[in-house]
Design a protein around this ligand. Structure first.
Ligand code: AMP
Length: 118
């Protein structure tokens, strides 16, 4: 699947659509999910044009991959949810109901999130 430069997160990265920014560095941008499912619900995205998890981990540089994963920990620490706990989710393609075709990680926390798998 080719990257769509007009997807909503590309527009957020270009500043064409507002967002509640929570973090930014050279490779990574993060903002509050518009429809939060937990007290902390942050979307963490690479600045590069990657469609999904599979695309990102196949094509991104080592620096980009490290930066994205480090950002998860930094944001969790900043939000004070490391001790209480958090969940990281990334939906890839149809069976996971990925809605936005720009790779993103959901960081959820701030309350008991329930059991995910049993
Ligand atoms: P996914 O199903 O993993 O692709 O999730 C996409 C997420 O993007 C959903 O949780 C939406 O609530 C969120 N979302 C869509 N548009 C926006 C927006 N403009 N600002 C912030 N979050 C958004």
């Amino acid at each position: 699947m080719a990257y769509d430069q007009n997807n909503i997160f590309a527009k957020i990265l270009r500043g064409e659509i507002p967002c509640e920014k929570v973090f930014e560095n050279e490779h990574v941008f993060a903002f509050n999910d518009i429809s939060r499912k937990a007290p902390v619900h942050i979307l963490i995205i690479p600045k590069g044009p990657y469609v999904s998890s599979a695309d990102f981990y196949e094509k991104a540089s080592a620096d980009e991959i490290v930066a994205l994963n480090r950002a998860i920990g930094e944001i969790a620490k900043e939000k004070g949810i490391v001790e209480s706990g958090y969940r990281v989710i990334s939906n890839h393609a149809a069976h996971a109901h990925q809605e936005v075709p720009h790779y993103h990680v959901h960081l959820l926390g701030g309350a008991d999130l329930g059991v995910c798998f049993n």
